[in-house]
Structure formats: C-alpha cells, structure tokens
Design a protein around this ligand. Structure first.
Ligand code: ADP
Ligand code: ZN
Ligand code: ZN
Length: 745
C-alpha cells in the first residue's frame, strides 16, 4: 500500500504559512485526515506535541520516508472556523491551480502589530436649518469639502468618521477646522453605538413592493427549510435590488447569522455605504483597497470575535471568517473585477457558492446584466431566477436612440458627435441639466502609425503599440515605458505620423470647441491615478461643478446622478474586439449599464448610442434593454463554438526569459496532455502559440488552451501539468493557469 502524507501548518498566520511540514498518515487515521482538520503532531527536536492544520494530502515526499514523523491524532471536535478557511484555500488551489502557499495567503489576513484603529464619529452640533445655512455659506466661498460634510450632516445627526474621510474625500484638517468653528464635534469611542439615530432609520425605509417582498420571502424560506441554494436577481438598474439585499441581511441578523456583501470596489460609494450604516449601525464593517494590511486584519478579527454582522467589500471580503455565516450577496455579479488576476485566479461568484455550501449559507447574486455563467445556470434550474422589471416610484427607463455613424459621415458630419447627440446636448446645456459621455478607450489617442508606410510605434519591451498622450509622450500601458513622439517616421522618414480615433482628452477638447462655455470633467485611468481622485471627480460632478462628464467604462458603474438626463455612448463598437469571445457580452453590459445612468431622478432620461455596427445583436438588444433577447443569441453562439459557460476552457500561460525555451515547453506540455488524455472524448488542445502580447518587460509569453465540456476534466489536465512542472523543476520559467478566462493572455 502506498504511503500517504499530510502537509501541515503549525501556525495559521499569514506570514507563517510559507512553512509547511510533512507528516506520515498512519493507517488508522487515513479516513480522518483531510484538508482543513486540526491534528496533533510531534514538533521540533523534543517532539513536543503541537496543534496544526492539514492543508494538503499527497503520496510523494521530497524527504527520506523513514525520517518523516507521523500524525499523532485528529481533533474530533468538528471543523473550526480556521479549518474552514484552510479548506477553502485547498479548494482554491485544486480548482484554479496555484501553490498551497499562494492559496493560503489569499484566504488568511496579514497579521501586523499596530495599535488598533480607533473608531470615531462626527457629530453635528447645530440644528438642521443652521447646518444647512452653514453648508450654503461654505458653498458660496468655494469651500467645497466643508460644504460636503455639512450637507451630509444635515440629514444625519452623526456619521462614521471613516465614511466622511474616505467617501466624501475630506481631509482630517478640514474636519478639525469645522470642529474649531463649532459646527461639529469629533468623538472618539472604542466602539460607537448606532452612528445613525433610530429616528431617521425608519424614515429611509421604503415600503417594499410585491417583487421585492417575494424575493426576500423565497430566499429566507429556502434557507429555513435547509435548502439555502443560489438565487439570481435580474433587475434593471434602480429596480430596488439593494433594498432586497438589505431585507435579507436584516432577517439573517435577526436569526443570529452573519452576512458577506460583495460590491465591486468601484461601486463602493458613499450613498451605498450610508444605506448599510443606516440600517445596521456599527455592526457593519467595510474592507477596501485603501485600508492598510493592519487595518484589514483588525476588521477580520472583529468579524471573528462576533463584533460585526455584515462585512462589505470587494472580492477579498469573501474570506471573512464568520462563525455563523447566513448569506453571501454578490452585487453586480457580472463584474470582471470579481475574477482574481493573480494566482489563484479564482472567481468570487463561484467561490461564494462553494463557501456558502460549506457553511450552509444562501447565495444571492444580483445584476442588471447577469453574466452568461449565472444566467445559464439559472435557466437550467441550478439557480433560482427572479426578475425585477420596473423601477419603483416615478423614475422610468430612458428612451434610447441608436445612431449609425456611417450615415453621419455620408451626410458630411465629421464631428465625433452625431447630429442627434449634438442637438440633445445643446438642449441639456440650455436647461442646466447634466450629460454623461462615455468612451471605451483611454488616452489622447489610440496607436500611432505612419500614414505613408503603415509603420506602428511599438514598445521595445512589450509587443503592444504605444499610446500618445497630450504631453507629447508615447506610453506603454503594460510596462510604463515612455518615449518622445518622433517628428518623422523612424521607418520611412515621412512626417505623417499620427494617431487614430478619439480618446477622452480629444472628446474633452471637442466639447470645448463645439459647446463653448460647457464645463467639463474628465474621468479615465489617467485622471484617476491617485487613489481618491476617482471619488473626488464624482463628488464634483454630483455637486454640479460641471455639466458634462466624459469618461471610460468606470463612469457607467452604479452611480446615481439625479441631475443626469442624457447619456451618450460615442462609439459603441470600440469594445467589439473580435479576438475575445466575451466581447459581445461586455459590449452589451457596457451599453446597458451606460443607458441605466440616464434619468435616475424625477426627469426622464435619453440615451444616444453611436456606432458603426447598429445591426450587431449586442447593440440592438442593449438599445431595447432586452436581456433575454441578448442571452438567447449569445448562448447559441457560445454553444456552437464550445465556449464557456456551455463548455469550459483552461488557458495556460508560460512566461520565459528565453523565447525558444517557452516555445519548447509549450510543445512538451501540449503533447503530454494529448498523449496522456488521448482517451478523453471531446478534449481539445489549441496551441501553443505566442500570447496576444508576446512579450512584457522582456519576458516572453506563450500560451495554449484546453477545452472540454466538463470542468473536472480540465482540473485533471491541470493536475497532470502541475505534476510535470514539479518534476521538471523549471528555472527561468513560470507556468500559470486560468480557468474560463476573462481576458486572453
Ligand atoms: P438597485 O440596487 O437595483 O439599483 P436600489 O435598491 O438602489 O436599486 O433602488 C433604487 C432607488 O429606489 C433607491 O433610491 C431606493 O431607495 C428606491 N427604492 C427601492 N425600493 C423602493 C420601493 N419599494 N419603493 C420606493 N422606492 C424604492
Ligand atoms: Zn513611415
Ligand atoms: Zn512596455
């Protein structure tokens, strides 16, 4: 009989997980020793008994077998919260391919010695009307940060300090100044109770409509009868999904359970967080990227200690170690940012389903444009599907006009604005209403090429074209390389070296040209490089500091601007890039979400979609806000060509210092899969080839794909390849796996 070994970690702290020890599993314990269980093992020279956690099992060892000590005992108490975290790490590693250490580090928070973060709150000292007057006064003096604080405090008597600092973008010194002026008081408390007064809590709660009540009741009924399951809420933007999440979480808390609320980082806005603070007071905690590792660790500890009931945050909030998890909500479940871009490349939606099933918790997914994956499972009955078709209250869905740009050109219009868009923008400017213009591209222009010989300016380190910025520099978006734009083509000497297509900066210039007097704010990867500038721009726009906001996809996400009554999509087909099978889905999502930004207030909204491909099904269905119509066409295409979610796909990336070595490793690996898995019907191996970007920072990239209908078959292929790489002891080369990739390597 073959020996079996257990990988054990003795200390479950993030920075200690690099040390994994191997123990032999005695026969009598062979069933009991599984990943996640707690074991007693002899440790160190004195063989003192210590407690450890099993993180993995194997049948091989790098040590002389006779030197390996045996596991002494298995803890019978059942799985602890820590054990569950480790089990999740094991699942990540097995399902997505990564090292044990990388998987553990994904799941365990970083411990850091530092003093505990003090909880503070900001209390208003003056009555509502006087605070309002003070806010107007500050506004008049252009003290906008102060005005933001006072305006927020008008409706809430007190607010969490960190919410004001992080989400209203107010400096600590501004708050101190307001305190000196006698408007506010900053109070310190180890833990504050009820940051929002009970009185206004009931006020902010709308009477739920029939659709909302139905979803809440179903989810809870399933949970109570021991079939928690996965629930997908397909609701147009503004249909009241967040109200549904709040209702479910509230009931869960009443039952003594906890909740994880995933929201993409970009949608963690002041308004959204305020709704959670208002409902759940200090039982809520938020994790986001602006927190330090130590602060995150504190939050996790509070969760473990039972001091909070709701953890809100992007992807990583998923690993909050609650003792009695009742529900995981994944809002905007279609968001690309839910997939990790580093190993293990896990998807938060799938991982949520796994964690929930380990904990007996419910999963609630929500989106206006569900991912093909989630909707496919819902249609097949694996998930329960709910539709919310209407917006509550007076707010109505916008009118959408699709404009054929080819036709505009025929009519002699060379502007980037169609006649319809121009007319509507003019109308909004004259009425003092706001417009959002959306462009799916950053930088001043796209690639730079020679109009005489076609030479394209490329990065010398990466296989991508350089983009031109207004400062005259050509920049590589992958490695940051910069060079000054040459006056003449380096290949033929022609002076006609120029960029194609408009970027956000060019749009901004065009607005100034065509609508003199318009006040414009621009938001793209360049203007939001600083961590907080993103929210600053949004706050300025919400404050009415501009009448037009121009931006890339980041502006279409979950923001509520009641003053916006017009949304223009300048070139809808820029995202219909054909070498990515998700291009149609992404275009549909972008257009639908962009359209959803219009008319969130009392006034009806209008949307103009400009495109060179008005007949494309993504454009047609988005213009009608017809998700099922889009889904039907898209899933037929995915099924026909065997793409996810109908079949599954494993992308393998080989990064090498020497180009030829990457090529030959790719060849060996594909041969191995083809030979060893020759009897698996329907298995397809594509490649190896050079990756779409063949070189980044002087490292060569090769890729190949394996496709099959069953996910587990691909996991098996991955296991074989991992085994091969381990035996090879690769030097100067790394191999990465990506299941059902969101991006092409
Ligand atoms: P979503 O999350 O689907 O975008 P929200 O839950 O944010 O929708 O709701 C959009 C707006 O409608 C919010 O201002 C919310 O307070 C309001 N709202 C939600 N449900 C109701 C309801 N039943 N009656 C009145 N207003 C509601
Ligand atoms: Zn040239
Ligand atoms: Zn580069």
């Amino acid at each position: 009989m073959t020996e079996r070994y257990a990988d054990v970690i003795i200390d479950i702290a993030h920075e200690k997980v690099d040390r994994v020890f191997q123990y032999r599993i005695p026969d009598e314990l062979s069933d009991a020793v599984r990943p996640g269980v707690q074991v007693r093992v002899p440790f160190g020279n004195g063989n003192r008994e210590r407690t450890g956690y099993v993180v993995d099992l194997s049948e091989e060892t790098d040590y002389p077998p006779e030197k390996i000590k045996a596991v002494s005992a298995v803890d019978e108490k059942g799985m602890s919260v820590e054990g569950r975290q480790i089990l999740i790490a094991y699942w990540l590693k097995s399902n997505y391919g990564s090292t044990t250490i990388a998987a553990l580090k994904t799941v365990l928070p970083v411990k850091q010695k530092q003093k505990t973060l003090e909880k503070k709150k900001v209390v208003r000292l003056l009555p509502e009307e006087e605070t309002e007057r003070a806010a107007c006064e500050c506004e008049r003096k252009y003290q906008r940060a102060k005005a933001r604080v006072l305006a927020a405090l008008q409706t809430e008597e007190e607010l969490p300090y960190e919410l004001i600092r992080q989400k209203l973008h107010v400096a600590a010194s501004t708050l101190q100044a307001l305190e000196k002026q006698g408007y506010i008081r900053i109070e310190k408390e180890a833990f504050y109770r009820n940051p929002v007064k009970a009185g206004d809590r009931s006020e902010t709660r709308p009477a739920l409509n029939q659709a909302q009540r139905h979803i809440i009741e179903e989810v809870l009924a399933d949970y109570r009868t021991g079939r928690p399951g996965v629930h997908l809420v397909h609701g147009v933007t503004g249909s009241g999904k967040t109200e549904v999440y709040l209702g479910i979480i509230e009931e869960m808390i009443a039952m003594g359970k906890q909740a994880i609320m995933l929201i993409p980082e970009i949608a963690l806005t002041y308004q959204t967080l305020l709704r959670f603070y208002k409902r759940f007071g200090d039982r809520v905690s938020v994790i986001n990227s602006s927190l330090s590792a130590g602060e995150k660790y504190d939050q996790i500890e509070r969760a473990k200690a039972g001091e909070i009931d709701v953890m809100i945050g992007p992807r990583s909030a998923l690993f909050t170690p609650f003792a009695n998890l009742g529900v995981i909500v994944v809002d905007e479940e279609h968001e690309k940012s839910y997939k990790s871009e580093t190993s293990p490349r896990y998807h938060a939606r799938e991982t949520a389903v796994e964690i929930a099933s380990l904990c007996g918790a419910s999963v609630v997914l929500g989106s206006a444009t569900p991912s093909m994956e989630a909707y496919y499972r819902a249609v097949r009955g694996e998930y329960k599907l709910y539709e919310m078709r209407e917006r509550p209250g007076n707010s109505v869905l916008p009118a959408v006009y699709t404009i054929d740009l080819r036709e505009e050109l025929k009519q002699g219009n060379r502007s980037i604005f169609s006649r319809k868009l121009k007319e509507l923008m003019q109308d909004r400017l004259s009425k003092g209403e706001q417009t959002i213009l959306f462009l799916n591209r950053r930088g001043y222009a796209g690639f730079i090429s020679c109009r005489s010989c076609g030479h394209v300016m490329k990065c010398p380190h990466c296989d991508v074209s350089l983009s031109e910025h207004r400062n005259g520099m050509l920049t590589c978006h992958y490695c940051g390389y910069q060079e000054r734009k040459p006056a003449k083509c380096p290949s033929c000497g022609s002076p006609y070296l120029m960029g194609f297509k408009a970027g956000t900066e060019q749009v901004e210039e065009a607005i100034h040209r065509e609508f003199p007097g318009a006040r414009v704010l621009r938001m793209d990867a360049d203007t939001t490089r600083r961590k907080d500038s993103y929210e600053q721009i949004l706050a300025a726009f919400a404050d009415g500091e501009a009448n037009v906001l121009v931006g890339t996809q980041m502006i279409v996400k979950g923001h509520d601007f009641p003053g916006v009554t017009l949304v223009g999509v300048l070139a809808a087909d820029l995202s219909l890039n054909r070498n990515d099978y998700r291009a149609g889905e992404r275009t549909f999502q972008l257009l639908t979400q962009a359209a959803g930004r219009a008319g969130r207030g009392e006034r009806p909204g209008e949307v103009v979609i400009q495109t060179y491909q008005p007949e494309h099904y993504s454009v047609v269905h988005a213009a009608r806000q017809d998700y099922p119509g889009f889904y039907a066409e898209e899933i037929a295409y995915r099924g026909l060509v065997g793409y996810p979610p109908v079949e599954h796909m494993l992308a393998v990336l080989i990064v090498s210092r020497v180009q030829a070595e990457g090529e030959s490793l790719g060849k060996e690996m594909t041969d191995l899969v083809k030979n060893e898995m020759a009897d698996v019907a329907g298995l397809r191996v594509i490649g190896p080839t050079e990756a779409v970007i063949g070189k980044i920072s002087d490292l060569y990239r090769h890729t190949f794909y394996i496709r099959h209908g069953a996910y587990q078959t691909l996991v098996e292929a991955k296991d074989r390849l991992e085994c091969f790489c381990r035996e090879r002891k690769l030097k100067g080369q790394t191999v990465q796996f990506d299941f059902d990739p969101m991006n092409t390597f």
